[in-house]
Design a protein. Sequence first.
Length: 147
Amino acid sequence: MTRLELTERIIAAKINKGLTWAAIAKAVGKSEIWTTAALLGQMSMTKKEAEAAAKKLGLDKEAVALLQVCPSKGSLDAVVPTDPLLYRFYEITQVFGTSIKEIIHEKFGDGIMSAIDFEMDIEKVPDPKGDRVKVTLNGKFLPYRKW
């Protein structure tokens, strides 16, 4: 079984069992975002995490083993995403990316925000004019070192 085939099995099992990513994450003992990324092939799980996910989803030992393999990260093609939701994040980066970069450099100095020492949260915020999506990105600042 390939990692892509496992991802397809995971999505099918989630749908067939009527599970949410939050419910699976609770069984795994990790955040909803991290667990979803791991199950979609972007993170590696420990044996304990993989076994918990497999139990919740009804997956076999082969799946447990594959969930523990270090993946090749990057789930999107190199072209501009065409899915409207993903495209909006691309658009946000295109429009506000240089401003985000300037403000981070002004406040922290020359460096980057880690995507390794990193957390993300997605919340639904009720609003009388229409519910809002609140995305919080929280990454460690990593200054470029001089040598």
